[in-house]
Each structure stands twice: as structure tokens, then as C-alpha cells.
Design a protein around this ligand. Structure first.
Ligand code: GAR
Length: 198
């Protein structure tokens, strides 16, 4: 019997959120096991990090669309995740919208982290949007993924102040610190809900 939550991670970027999750797992603070890390970007930091941890890592060529995966490719990703016995799909800086093949394969079992207090500022460079709007605070949100853009049910949020003199870079760095704390905590919460005799 293995009571660890089996996760798959999907990301496009440097992978600092994945790193925070993997460090929490390795430190025994998160009862989970990363079964595979997938990326649509071949030379992404997230794939390099996974290989460095000895975790199975795979590049998924996204196909001809800019904002989503081709349906056949998404179907293949779903098959790979099932083959790897993944129970929860964790999006960590994945910059495409998911569609039916994956959403149907993992109903209410796909989560995402977004760098704003949703429903405010969905989409790209959310920290910049908050800064330009003159907000005094922003933050990050972990939510279930649905077919919309950053629109699924909110699970948890963490607030971050916007300081005078903040640049997009300094603000995103502060939001990322909050992300690295919040995401492992939320996954731990989900892991605690999964029956150990499944
Ligand atoms: C994170 O700030 C995450 O919230 C954001 O991309 C960054 C990825 O960083 N995601 C989105 O904007 C999704 N809409 P990372 O690769 O270092 O984890």
C-alpha cells in the first residue's frame, strides 16, 4: 500500500514552483511522489530540474497551435499520465489552455497556480497588470482548472503587498516567494484528503 499522492507536473518555464514542490516532497513535508514532469518547451528549466532530481522528464512537442496543445497530443499526454498512475496533474507555469482530452481524463484533478488574486488579472504577466492598475496588493491563487483561462474554482490564495517603487520584476519575485509556500501547502491538503487504501 502506498499512501503517497502520485502527481504529474506540466510546465513551460524555469520551474521554480516545481522545485518548491519537489523540495517539500524530498524533505518529507509533502506526502506525494512526482511520477513525471512534462513540458511543451524542450530546453525549459523545469525539465532540467526534473532530470537533476532523477525524476522522469519528457518534452511534448505542442503541435501547430500557440495557445493550446493539439487534441491528439493532449490525448497522448492523458495516456502517459494514466500509464504513470498520476492521480493529480499540477500545472506549474504551463502557458497553454487545456482542453477536453485532459479535462475529461482528470475531472477536478488538475490544479494551477496563477500570479494574481483571481478573478482579478487572468492571463499573461498578471503581476504587471496589477501594478499598472495601481493596486496596493496582489498575490497568487491556486485553483482547479476548467476550459477557461484561469477561471476554475479557487482553492486557496495568498496576498502580497505592492510596494512603492516596485518594478514588474521585483513584484513578480515577491509573488513567487508566496507561490513557493502556497503550492506545496495546497497539494499537501489534497494529499491528506486521498484515502490511503485506494
Ligand atoms: C509563475 O509565476 C506562475 O504563477 C505563472 O508562471 C510562473 C511560472 O514560474 N503562471 C501563469 O501565469 C499561468 N497563468 P515557474 O516556472 O518558476 O514556476
Amino acid at each position: 500500500m502506498n499512501s503517497k499522492l502520485k502527481i504529474g507536473v506540466l510546465g513551460s518555464g524555469k520551474g521554480s514552483n516545481y522545485q518548491a514542490i519537489q523540495e517539500a516532497i524530498n524533505a518529507g513535508k509533502l506526502q506525494a511522489e512526482t511520477r513525471i514532469v512534462l513540458s511543451d518547451v524542450e530546453d525549459s528549466g523545469i525539465l532540467k530540474l526534473a532530470r537533476g532530481y532523477g525524476v522522469s522528464a519528457m518534452h511534448v512537442p505542442p503541435g501547430k497551435f500557440m495557445t493550446r496543445l493539439e487534441p491528439e497530443i493532449e490525448e497522448k499526454v492523458a495516456q502517459i499520465l494514466k500509464f504513470k498512475s498520476v492521480e493529480l496533474l499540477v500545472l506549474a507555469g504551463f502557458m497553454r489552455i487545456l482542453k477536453q482530452p485532459l479535462l475529461d481524463a482528470y475531472p477536478r484533478r488538475i490544479i494551477n497556480i496563477h500570479p494574481s488574486l483571481l478573478p482579478k488579472y487572468p492571463g499573461i504577466e498578471a503581476w504587471k497588470q496589477a501594478l499598472e492598475a495601481g493596486e496596493k496588493k496582489t498575490g497568487c491563487t491556486v485553483h482547479y482548472v476548467d476550459a477557461g483561462m484561469d477561471s476554475g474554482e479557487i482553492i486557496a490564495q495568498s496576498e502580497v503587498p505592492i510596494n512603492r517603487g516596485d518594478t514588474p520584476k521585483s513584484l513578480h519575485a515577491r509573488i513567487q516567494e508566496a507561490e513557493h509556500k502556497l503550492y506545496p501547502e495546497v497539494i499537501a491538503m489534497i494529499a491528506a484528503e486521498v484515502p490511503s487504501d485506494r
